[in-house]
Design a protein around this ligand. Structure first.
Ligand code: MN
Length: 213
């Protein structure tokens, strides 16, 4: 699906099992001023790390201990008695995907091949960004806004809490974290300002193209 380090690749340094924290693909201050080092230090170093650590404790000695992260997610989704494992596994995956969905000096025009797919689905890049922003802002409470592919066509979806498109038959292309911990230190209640700044200045269209190809 993509070549990012989702925490279970033997080629990624320090990431040989589902309970290893994937390396942040840039420095903690690299996204300033859009996302500050303070936010990233908590979001990556406390929240993301917390999901990874919790997952490790929850799966130790269980049938899930040696499974790849994506297999843990798909095999616990929709099982009420496995909710804690699912939530921590999905949040581990979602955060690594989010770090790769944004980058320093992102935004701007998507690569031509992706732009064609976006225009085919939404009419224009601006219309796609507006739909992503609308999904991100209208998600009630914690969750995620996603660009996904369903049946070869790009579309926007939103998910609540830890929910993840791979369990819904969608291929994720990029995501924006809209949990309050993603923006509250920098933007307080202004989720819309955070979302628009991410779309304009940080979104990683090259990563999206890798996932859409
Ligand atoms: Mn988060």
């Amino acid at each position: 699906m993509s070549n990012i380090n989702t925490g279970n690749s033997s080629t990624a340094p320090g990431a040989t099992s589902p309970h290893m924290l994937a390396t942040l693909p840039y420095a903690e201050d690299a996204l300033e001023p859009i996302i500050t080092a303070k936010t990233l230090s908590f979001h990556y170093g406390k929240h993301h790390k917390g999901y990874v650590d919790n997952l490790g404790k929850l799966i130790a000695g269980t049938e899930y201990a040696n499974l790849p992260l994506e297999k843990i997610i798909t095999s616990t989704a929709g099982k009420p008695e496995k909710t804690a494992i699912f939530n921590n596994a999905a949040q581990t995956w979602n955060h690594t995907f989010y770090w790769n969905s944004i980058k320093p000096n992102g935004g701007g025009e998507p690569p031509a091949e992706l732009k064609q797919k976006i225009e085919a689905a939404f009419g224009s890049v601006d219309a796609c960004k507006k739909e992503l922003a609308s999904a991100a802002v209208s998600q009630f409470g914690s969750g995620w806004a996603w660009l996904v592919i369903e049946g070869g066509v790009l579309k926007v979806v939103k998910t609540a809490n830890a929910d993840i498109p791979m369990t819904m038959g969608f291929t994720p292309i990029l995501t924006i974290d809209v949990w309050e911990h993603a923006y509250y230190l920098d933007y307080q209640n202004r989720r819309v300002d955070y979302v628009n700044a991410v779309l304009d200045k940080l979104i990683n269209w090259e990563f999206a193209l890798q996932n859409a190809s």
